[in-house]
Design a protein. Structure first.
Lengths: 301, 350
């Protein structure tokens, strides 16, 4: 049982990072029907901002309490990634909004390559060690070993998910977002500034990816410019699992994948850890073709 | 020529193609230019990429089923064929005395290996195609992507084919003739397919699945067919890739590879066979040309892939419908003379 709880906890911690990335995928997909392949690399970017800012803070901001530095670093990373998300949408996706959907998919792939190889060019291809922003403690909870990092990851992820839930269902902007995702053209006829809503969606999604990047850096301190590929793919799988376009679905999908991966990683099949997310995906889509929480939309003539 | 029976005519065409390819392959290796080996290598890579792009175009362009797992099928073909050559065929050939007989046996066995690779990949395509029929559009894309990753992870764990170390000791049997013969066969199959009732059904499924179904097209059957044909050809191309590189590693078939094939197809224009050929040639050559940029960079950093990515974005922004759109090359060239709209021309895919 102890091992079970341990795996469960590790899984939830990893899963909440997947969930944060998946939220960005699912929001963009819900509105634009675009698989934003560059999203995983924005996550990488967020992590690297944390790496450099953390390195700077370690030498220049020694007197400041670590919690505040960490918070500021996260904020900086969010702002930079959000700015990137905005520019990215503006340059690479907006001009193609009326083109065949596959065209923006290819530019998304292009942006993804650009970030990956640009990252290798600028940051160097070798792995870097993420600075310890906050001193690490080991906490034992009823036999289960955890660190304050895992708790931070959980807490921060939950806080941001709650915030997002509030933005989407509690604000005027959120209502506009849901309207645009429901029907693009009608929303614009109703006077909703569609372009601004889409820009904001990218901004929010990228900021969440930055948070995920920092949290990932804390939990798995080895970061490199290609680190975004696999978590990005898995997060997308998580979004599809939950029913793409569905926000709570993305969270559930992310947690599910994190937990299953933790269990597989701790079993005899640990070599197949990276494939398991896709196996679950295929298994679930066989029985629920639109994901766990996706609405089934019959095609109409 | 048109008066001959079709079988005679087709066989004649095939014989001419084979003769031309053999002659070209013989000649190209013997051009007295410094560094010709490098250019030949690029030429062969282009040939393999043409096969891959044209075969993916059958699935993505003609049948409209978005597949992101082509590298997975390629990997299946590459590994399946290499398994046979490394463990069974190569020892046979090595034991024979050098000469015509060995040459003949080697090429016959290579053909068997290619077919085996194709068959394995086709089977994989069938297995993936069947369940994914219930899925549409992006869900299908992500399943094929997932399949490609699963294949890679499985290969990583099979000791017999090298696992993470990679599979080495593959003889270099692929040459200009085989690679371009496969490209030729792929192009002919793809072209004939579009003209046939099967191809028309593919187009119908692409344009409007519901309308196609209403007209009595068994959409499920044709989607699987497109998958199997496309993955068979990808597997054959993978087999040649293996016998050209002489070494396989699961990392070769990562997501990046699938992406690059998709990019070729989309950049050429979805559904345009000559577009896929042009884009495969251009992109492969471009990646080689960009290798030289490194020499002008301080510090020896290589901005090749960054420039590739930027070019990709710029090309897509300027020509979202691909280089040729849905037309074939000759239709584009002839367009000024007569503005006949081709039957395969339709509204853009949404």
């Amino acid at each position: 049982l102890q091992e079970f709880l341990q795996n469960l906890l590790n899984g939830i911690a990893a899963g909440s990072i997947y969930a944060l990335i998946a939220l960005g995928y699912t929001m963009v997909y819900g509105i634009l029907k675009l698989i934003n392949f560059a999203h995983g690399d924005v996550f990488m970017l967020g992590s690297f901002v944390g790496y450099y800012a953390g390195g700077w803070a370690a030498t220049h901001a020694t007197g400041v309490p670590p919690i505040i530095t960490a918070g500021l670093i996260m904020l900086l990373s969010m702002v930079l990634c959000a700015a990137f998300g905005y520019v990215n949408e503006r340059i690479a996706y907006r001009p193609l909004r009326n083109a065949p959907r596959i065209a923006s998919l290819i530019t998304a792939i292009g942006v993804s390559f650009f970030l990956e190889y640009g990252g290798q060019f600028v940051f160097g291809p070798d792995p870097k060690f993420f600075p310890t922003l906050v001193p690490k403690h080991i906490i034992t909870l009823g036999g289960v070993i955890t660190t304050n990092y895992q708790l931070i990851v959980l807490g921060v992820a939950l806080a941001f998910m709650a915030l997002l839930q509030f933005i989407i269902y509690g604000t005027k902007f959120g209502r506009a977002m849901r309207a645009v995702s429901f029907n693009f053209e009608t929303a614009s006829l109703m006077g909703i500034p569609v372009d601004r809503v889409i820009s904001m969606t990218f901004v929010i999604g990228s900021a969440l990816a930055a948070v995920a990047g920092i949290l990932y850096g804390l939990s798995y301190p080895k970061i490199d410019p290609l680190m975004g590929i696999l978590p990005g793919l898995k997060a997308f799988v998580a979004a599809v699992l939950g029913g793409i376009g569905n926000v709570p679905g993305a969270v559930v999908g992310g947690l599910l994948i994190g937990i299953v991966e933790a269990f597989v990683g701790g079993s005899a099949l640990s070599n197949y850890r990276d494939a398991i997310a896709f196996v679950i995906l295929i298994a679930i889509l066989l029985f629920r073709p639109s994901g766990l929480f996706g609405r089934y939309e019959p095609e109409k003539v | 020529v048109n008066r001959l029976p079709w079988l005679v005519r087709d066989l004649l065409m095939l014989a001419i193609a084979i003769a031309v390819l053999i002659a070209l392959g013989y000649g190209l290796e013997r051009i007295p230019i410094n560094g010709i080996a490098y250019y030949n290598r690029v030429l062969l890579l282009i040939g393999i990429n043409i096969s891959l792009a044209v075969s993916l175009n059958i699935i993505n362009g003609h049948c409209g089923q978005f597949s992101l797992g082509h590298a997975g099928f390629m990997a299946v073909g590459a590994y399946a064929s290499s398994f046979f050559t490394v463990y069974y065929f190569s020892p046979i050939v090595d034991r024979m005395p050098e000469g015509m007989q060995q040459f003949a046996v080697q090429n016959a066995l290579l053909l068997v290996a290619i077919l085996a690779g194709g068959a394995a990949a086709g089977l994989a395509g069938y297995i993936v195609g069947l369940p994914s029929l219930r899925l549409r559009g992006d869900y299908l894309a992500i399943v094929t992507l997932g399949f490609g990753e699963i294949i890679r992870v499985v290969i990583l764990n099979v000791e017999k084919i090298g696992a993470a170390r990679g599979l080495s000791g593959i003889p270099r049997w692929a040459n200009f003739f085989w690679i371009y013969f496969l490209a030729f066969v792929t192009i002919v199959i793809s072209y004939r397919l579009v003209q046939s009732s099967v191809g028309r059904a593919f187009l119908a499924v692409r344009e409007d699945q519901i309308a196609a179904e209403a007209m009595g097209v068994n959409t499920t059957k044709y989607k699987v067919k497109a998958f199997v044909i496309g993955s068979f050809l990808a597997g054959a191309a993978g087999a040649l890739f293996a016998h050209f590189m002489m070494y396989l590693n699961p990392r070769m078939f990562e997501f990046l590879m699938s992406f690059q094939i998709v990019v070729m197809v989309v950049l050429g224009g979805l559904g345009s066979i000559s577009g896929s050929i042009v884009a495969a040639t251009l992109l492969t050559a471009l990646l080689e040309v960009l290798r030289d940029v490194k020499n002008y960079m301080p510090g020896g950093k290589d901005p090749r892939m960054i420039m590739y990515a930027l070019l990709l974005i710029i090309l897509m922004l300027t020509r979202p419908q691909g280089l040729l759109g849905r037309r074939e090359l000759w239709q584009v060239l002839r367009r000024r003379k007569d503005a006949v709209v081709n039957a395969s021309e339709g509204p853009p895919i949404q």
